[in-house]
Design a protein around this ligand. Structure first.
Ligand code: PLP
Length: 448
C-alpha cells in the first residue's frame, strides 16, 4: 500500500472526501487506525469500546483472523469473477445460508448491501405478483437508494420527495410506548394491543385494494427507529393477512439478522417464514460489502423461463462471499447466536437498572444484543429529549461525553442505541454502561 503517515489520514480525508449523510463543513470523523474484538483505536492510540458494532454490523467483532484469512485466501485464489460465474465461495455460501435461514428460503440473490437487497426484493415481489404497491411502516429505514428510500418510512426520505420510487404506502408501527391508539388506555393487554395494529393494517390493505399490493416490507425488529419489538402475535398476524390477501411478506433483517436478537434471524422468535428476506451488515460483519435476498423456491422458479431483469457488476463478488461464509462459520463455531441471547439477558437487566435510576429515561427495550434507551424531558408527557427527526443540545452533549470517555455509541434523535458486537462480555458491557450512567447526568438535568 502507498505509505501515508498517520497524521495525514484526517487532513487528506477531509480535503478530498465527500461525506454521506453530512453537512461537509461540519464533519468530525474519528481517524480510526485499528480494530480488534469489541474495541477500535484512533491514530493517537485512544481506545473506543464499540457499542454500535461500527454501523450495527460487526456482529462477530473486529479483526477476527479466521475471516481475514478467508479474505486473503480468496484474494490469492480468485479476487474477482463476474456475476454470471460459478465460484467456490458462491457455492459454499448458498449452502450455508440455506442451513441458517428459515425453512423454505432456498435461493439467494447477492447484492452489495442492504438498500439494493430491499430494491431487489421489491422487484422480485412486483414481478412475481404482477402487482405494484408496497406497504411499509412509518418508523422504518430500508436504505438510501431511490427505491429503498421510498420504502423507508422515517424522515430520511423527505429530502428526496416527491421524486422517489412510486407505489409505496406507509402504515403505523406497533410501538407500545408511543402508541397513538392507546394514549387513554396504555395498560391494554398485549393481545388487544397487537390486534389493534393488525386491524389498522388490514384497514389500510382494504382501502388500498388488496389486488394492487405486491408486498408488505417490514423490519422484523425495527432498528434505527427505536428497536421496536413487535408484540407476540403481531408477525404471525401479518403473515395471516398476507396469506389472506395473497400479498408477499418481505422481512428486512439487514440489522436484526445473524444473531443480533439472540436467534439467527428475528423472525425465528415468532416462527414466521417470510416469502423474501433481506440481509446485509452482520452477513459479513462488515469485513466486506455484501447483501442478500433470500427467497422461497417458488419465487425463484417463477423466473425459470423468464429473465430476471436486474444485476450489478459486483453482485456475488468472491471476496465478499468468502467473507460471509467465514463469518457464518465463526458464528457457529463460537456459538455467538446463543451467546447473544445469554449476554442479552445481562444487558436487559442493566437497562432496567439504568431506567430505575435516571429520570430522563422514559423507556428501555432490548432483544438479544439489540437495545435502546429512550430519553424524555418528562416521564408523564413523554416529551422526547430531541424532537422527532432532529437532535438536541442535550443529545449532542451526551454523545460527546460518551466519545470523550471512550465509548462509541449511535444516538438517533432522542434515543441511544446499544448494539455491541455479539462477542461482548458482561464485564465489557459494564464498562460501557458505567460511562452511559455518568453521561445520563446531562439528560437528567434537562428532565423534570
Ligand atoms: C433495516 C435496514 N435495512 C436496510 C438498510 C440499508 O443497508 P445499507 O446501508 O447496507 O444499504 C439498513 C442500514 O442501516 C437497515 O438498518
Amino acid at each position: 500500500m502507498v505509505d501515508l503517515p498517520d497524521d495525514k489520514i484526517l487532513e487528506l480525508s477531509l480535503k478530498h472526501n465527500f461525506w454521506t449523510w453530512s453537512a461537509q463543513a461540519r464533519v468530525n470523523p474519528i481517524p480510526v487506525k485499528k480494530a480488534k474484538g469489541v474495541y477500535f483505536w484512533d491514530i493517537s492510540g485512544k481506545r473506543y469500546l464499540d457499542f454500535n458494532s461500527m454501523v450495527m454490523c460487526a456482529n462477530i467483532g473486529h479483526g477476527d483472523e479466521r475471516v481475514i484469512q478467508a479474505i486473503v485466501q480468496q484474494a490469492q485464489e480468485l479476487p474477482f469473477a463476474g456475476p454470471q460465474m460459478a465460484t467456490r465461495p458462491r457455492a459454499l455460501l448458498g449452502k450455508l445460508l440455506a442451513e441458517v435461514t428459515p425453512p423454505g428460503l432456498t435461493r439467494f440473490l447477492y447484492t452489495l448491501g442492504g438498500a439494493d437487497a430491499n430494491e431487489n426484493a421489491i422487484k422480485l415481489a412486483r414481478a412475481f405478483s404482477g402487482r405494484q404497491k408496497i406497504l411499509t411502516r412509518y418508523r422504518s429505514y430500508h436504505g438510501a437508494t431511490y427505491g429503498a428510500i421510498a420504502a423507508t418510512g422515517d424522515p430520511r426520505r423527505v429530502a428526496w420527495e416527491p421524486g422517489t420510487m412510486p407505489g409505496v404506502v406507509h402504515f403505523l408501527d406497533p410501538y407500545r410506548y408511543r402508541s397513538t391508539f392507546h394514549r387513554s388506555n396504555p395498560n391494554i393487554s398485549e393481545a388487544e394491543f397487537c390486534q389493534d395494529y393488525l386491524n389498522h393494517l388490514e384497514e389500510i390493505i382494504t382501502y388500498e385494494g388488496p389486488q394492487t399490493i405486491a408486498a408488505i416490507l417490514l423490519e422484523t425488529v425495527t432498528g434505527t427507529n427505536g428497536v421496536i419489538i413487535p408484540p407476540d402475535g403481531y408477525l404471525q398476524g401479518v403473515r395471516v393477512l398476507c396469506n389472506r390477501y395473497n400479498i408477499l411478506l418481505i422481512a428486512d433483517e439487514v440489522m436484526s439478522g445473524f444473531g443480533r436478537t439472540g436467534r439467527w434471524f428475528a423472525v425465528d422468535h415468532w416462527g414466521v417464514v417470510p416469502d423474501l428476506m433481506t440481509m446485509a451488515k452482520g452477513l459479513t460483519s462488515g469485513y466486506a460489502p455484501l447483501g442478500a435476498v433470500a427467497m422461497k423456491t417458488e419465487i425463484a422458479e417463477f423466473f425459470n423461463d423468464r429473465v430476471y431483469e436486474g444485476g450489478l457488476t459486483y453482485n456475488g463478488h468472491p471476496i465478499s462471499l468468502a467473507a460471509a461464509a467465514a463469518v457464518i462459520e465463526v458464528l457457529r463455531e463460537d456459538h455467538l447466536v446463543e451467546r447473544a441471547a445469554e449476554t442479552g439477558q445481562v444487558m436487559a437487566d442493566m437497562l432496567a437498572e439504568l431506567k430505575d435510576r435516571h429520570p430522563s429515561i422514559g423507556d428501555v427495550r432490548s432483544i438479544g444484543l439489540f437495545g435502546v434507551v429512550e430519553l424524555v424531558r418528562n416521564r408523564q408527557t413523554k416529551e422526547p429529549m430531541a424532537p422527532f427527526g432532529r437532535s438536541s443540545q442535550e443529545m449532542a452533549n451526551l454523545k460527546k461525553f460518551m466519545l470523550d470517555h471512550g465509548v462509541f455509541v449511535y444516538t438517533h434523535w432522542h434515543t441511544v442505541l446499544i448494539i455491541p458486537p455479539l462477542i461482548i462480555t458482561p464485564e465489557q458491557l459494564t464498562e460501557g454502561f458505567s460511562v452511559l450512567d455518568e453521561a445520563l447526568a446531562i439528560t437528567d438535568k434537562a428532565s423534570d
